[in-house]
Ligand binder design. Sequence first.
Ligand SMILES: Cc1cc2nc3c(=O)[nH]c(=O)nc-3n(C[C@H](O)[C@H](O)[C@H](O)COP(=O)(O)OP(=O)(O)OC[C@H]3O[C@@H](n4cnc5c(N)ncnc54)[C@H](O)[C@@H]3O)c2cc1C
Length: 347
Amino acid sequence: MPSVPALQTECVIIGAGPVGLFAVFELGLLGMRSEVVDSLPHPGGQCTELYPDKPIYDIPALPVCGAQELVERLLQQIKPFHAGMHLGQEVVSLERQPDGRFAVETSAGTRFDAGSVIIAAGLGSFQPRRLMVPDAEAYEGTQIHYRVKRAGEFHGQDLLIAGGGDSALDWTLELCGKARSVTLVHRRAEFRAAPASVVRMKAFAQAGRLRHLEGTIQALRSDDGRLVGAIVVSRDKSTTDVDCQQVIACFGLHPKLGPVANWGLALEKKALAVDTEKFQTSVPGIFAIGDINTYPGKKKLILSGFHEAALAAFGVQHHVYPEKRQFLQYTTTSPVMRERLGVAPPD
Ligand SMILES: Cc1cc2nc3c(=O)[nH]c(=O)nc-3n(C[C@H](O)[C@H](O)[C@H](O)COP(=O)(O)OP(=O)(O)OC[C@H]3O[C@@H](n4cnc5c(N)ncnc54)[C@H](O)[C@@H]3O)c2cc1C
């Protein structure tokens, strides 16, 4: 028997990208509370993960808006609705129960008993890019890591860190002096990380506190089933043998459809097929909005996702409260919506 009781909710939203966040708002306006789950440790989906500093020009009434700024504005807009946020955990199972409700479970063991589900999973859940060398898989999770859970486990060890972004540089600087040795390997001379971190790293390397190699990991060296080293090959094809018991590979994340494909929902070209009345999937009570869905004329735009969120919210309301009369209210004039938003009633 599972020890932690399932969280009861009217709606679980899978995905905290811009469209999932706006669904919180639309459900909230209709008086429904939601729980949001995302595999990333922060909300924002593609906007935050892939292009936070890029300007967006096609959000209505915002002539220009930074992608991260858009996410922050959405978070501010949904504040009155107090949605539960369950970040850093992937929804791994979704099952319709005999009573018509949905059992939803995450990789962290969080369980929900939900009246409905909105899937706003975008291009899928973001997964770390893996080290593609022979036998790497055998050491993943024990000696090869794509995320640092406990920095302490690297203290006193020979550590090889691969990558040129902020994560690689941050861990290099953080663990330098704590690990027995630190080698940073990056395939090119230019780094994507903050310039100040690169300057510090180079100063540490010059002082002999760490080793910096330009190249890629070509092979692993093992002894008696344990990883003991790696061969780094540089552009001129020369190789360096690096002793290491631990490897941290920070190659960034890429989206993968992942578990969504296994929930028995009708798929078309790796997207969830929905109607255009309420953006419901092939299973009543499960809705799909944003980049994850498809229908005739679908355009993968944030604007389209916002429209879909509004209609799906009405669909959720009808599914969870079929007896409830539905009518359109304006936030400008509806006292009940103004109360839900926590703003003064209309004059
Ligand atoms: C470089 C770039 C520029 C762009 N510029 C524009 C633009 O100018 N205008 C525009 O309208 N659009 C633009 N887009 C597209 C826009 O970003 C997407 O349409 C939008 O992000 C879709 O939002 P979403 O919420 O549907 O999905 P996403 O933003 O992809 O978010 C989905 C979230 O779901 C999570 N997730 C997936 N599966 C699971 C699971 N099983 N469990 C838990 N979490 C899960 C993911 O981790 C992710 O955070 C651009 C895209 C890119 C890459």
